[in-house]
Design a protein around this ligand. Structure first.
Ligand code: ADP
Length: 375
């Protein structure tokens, strides 16, 4: 029941419990001691004073102390004492409870102010930091954590906005082309078979593109239910990926080398296959004539490191972080010509992070890019 109370009431209730327990103990001890003392006092007989001479002093016996039943007056006095001590106990508990309620109210005031400020946060003012108290206490810690969380939320909102805008844009482009083609087609009454074929080819191309896009989007968001407990031989996986991509290397005469130690990891085979496929495909797609793609598997103590280095066009330094965002492309028209919607690297990043891994990109020493994946 205590857990349902607000902190102030809970602290007050707990303090009242503690004060009551102490006061009851104290009252019991006091009454017990008072009773014993009264018993001892009553046991001493009161004898009238007599003159003590040298002769009699030898025969005067000291009064003997024995416990006898308390007199009526004594019983009344004892009951009075008991009632009074209980009354004071209740008074002390009440005053103690009131003081605790007041003090906890004062102590919790900064928390109430902070809570009020937090309630006023909306999507529109997430970027404004809450003032951090100068004294470094729990409230300051909480404020700093809240500011950090707001920063992350703001970034997530911004990313979501960019994602929706890009998704809408990507879906709109083929739809606009389709609509224009159909409108133009409808304007003429009679059509040659060539015009029919032309229209069908445009419709096929753009509907394929749309369904690819929708599939990529679904893949990007539907990875949560997949198992990640398969034993995977990295070398074999990368060899498979390379073999599948060999036809793509022919056009620009690109050579691919896989080297490094044989390393086994635990994860989802088809997801990792897709991630490495995307990376190696990009390394071929954005490569130059007679270029190379170097794939190496390194073995750190507690993880595997796969490095994919190409001699291609490279990625500008300032865009290295952005290329992992959905729909981001360095050169939009060029990537679109190559059939890319800019979802490949964000899918790769999601897969690697699902495996508790990290992916980063840097410049190759000569030309091109280097992707480092730690799993
Ligand atoms: P896309 O489907 O357009 O290839 P990705 O998400 O795979 O989308 O890549 C995003 C962008 O990053 C690409 O459009 C391209 O500009 C850039 N990029 C990716 N990999 C490489 C690479 N190996 N070399 C140069 N640029 C690359």
């Amino acid at each position: 029941m205590l857990k349902k109370l607000p902190i102030r009431a809970r602290l007050t209730a707990l303090s009242i419990l503690a004060i009551t327990a102490c006061c009851i103990g104290l009252t019991i001890i006091l009454n017990f001691s008072a009773n014993r003392m009264a018993n001892v006092i009553e046991a001493i007989p009161l004898t009238p004073a007599t003159e003590v001479t040298e002769e009699t002093s030898m025969w005067v016996q000291p009064p003997s102390i024995g416990i006898s039943a308390p007199s009526a007056d004594s019983r009344i006095a004892r009951t009075h004492f008991l009632y009074q001590s209980i009354l004071y106990m209740v008074l002390i508990v009440a005053i103690g409870g009131g003081l605790t309620y007041y003090i906890t109210g004062k102590a919790l005031m900064p928390l109430r102010v902070l809570s009020h400020q937090m309630k006023n946060r909306t999507v529109h003012n997430l970027s404004e930091d809450l003032p951090v108290p100068e004294i470094h206490d729990e409230i300051a810690d909480l404020t700093i954590s809240f500011n950090q969380m707001s920063g992350k939320l703001e970034e997530a909102f911004a990313m979501q906005k960019r994602f929706s805008q890009s998704a809408a844009h990507e879906l709109r482009t083929p739809l606009t082309v389709l609509k224009t083609k159909v409108d133009v087609f409808k304007m003429k009454k009679e059509h040659t078979s060539e015009e029919y074929n032309n229209l069908l080819s445009v419709i096929t191309t753009h509907t394929n593109r749309l369904s690819e896009l929708v599939k990529d989007l679904l893949d990007l968001t539907n990875m949560d239910d997949l198992n990640c407990d398969e034993q995977i031989e990295l070398n074999a996986l990368l060899q498979d990926v390379v073999e599948e991509l060999i036809p793509l290397t022919k056009e620009k005469n690109i050579s691919i080398i896989v080297n490094g130690t044989s390393k086994s990891i635990v994860g989802n085979k088809s997801l990792l296959h897709r991630a490495f496929y995307n990376l190696v495909e990009n390394a071929i797609k954005y490569n130059t004539e007679n270029g190379t793609v170097d794939i190496s598997i390194g073995d750190a103590t507690d993880h595997a490191v796969v490095t994919i280095t190409d001699t291609g066009i490279g990625i500008p330094k300032e865009l290295e972080e952005l290329i992992f965002e959905p729909f981001f492309r360095v050169d939009k028209s060029r990537s679109r010509q190559m059939g890319g919607a800019g979802l490949g690297l964000s899918t790769v990043k999601t897969i690697i992070e699902k495996h508790n891994g990290v992916i980063s990109v840097s410049k190759n020493e000569t030309t091109g890019s280097r992707f480092i994946i730690q799993l």
